[in-house]
Design a protein around this ligand. Sequence first.
Ligand SMILES: [Zn+2]
Length: 318
Amino acid sequence: MTKRYVVIDLGGTQIRTALATAPNHLHRTIRMETLADQGPDAVLRRIEEASRQVAGDAWSSVEAIGIIAPGPLDPWRGVILEAPNLPGWEDLPLKDRLSSSLGRPVVVGNDANLAALAEQRFGAGQGKPHTIYITVSTGIGGGVIIDGQLLLGARGLAAEVGHMTLEANGPPCTCGNMGCLEALASGPAIARDARAAITAGRESSLLALAGNDPRRITARLVGKAAAAGDSLAIELFQRAGFYIGLGIVNLMNLFNPAIIVIGGGVSQVGDLIFEPIHQTVQARAGHFYWEDCPIVPAALGDDVGLLGALAMVADEFE
Ligand SMILES: [Zn+2]
């Protein structure tokens, strides 16, 4: 009989839950706000309710639960070590808490790592066993698939591509380091640089778009201004694309991937960011690395996390 799973994508703003069967079928999906400020106990209760609700009459036949969460986390013990967007989730035994309340085995994984696995299995990386995935949004994360296997590292902390140092004395990062890719090219970094330029007197349509309040500038607004031809906004995406390109040069030299897949909200501006990425990679990496390695947008959209959770739980139980 086909095995049924409940898969969960726990994020800082939203929780998505689905009833699923392997390899990539999501039968029903529900989403709710995380309300992370209510703390872990309340969030866990909402995850439990959502799991039973999405399974409905099929609950009794659910084999196991797969949940992905922001890292850093220990995928073997299923413990969240810390989560900047989930206050109070330090050393939280997610696997044990959910398996005791739901009465099913639970598998836990890092969200960006499993998004990489989903894109390799079902999305843009299909047929390419050496795939690297980078997601650029509020943070920058990723995953490295080598020979079809997700690279986890000794403690499950591998492939934090957003925390490669690219400027030794660059802007501070949420991780405590300076000049990380995330501090240079994430959505908040783009918005920060836009605010700084405008506060320093640079002319831009962004100020009007933000209601004449530089504090209200977001990366989304910068994208809107860039699409309308604003020169500051275009420069900001070129700069972000340059740094993402540098990060990709490092990844190409380390892992020699067959494809690089880029997802996340910031990547949705398209050529505005993909062009400077390509230029940087071709200027700085050996042609052996990039000539057969396309750099493409992600294919799976909002379901990428759920599909990654499904790949993870099915790998263990099928
Ligand atoms: Zn960092």
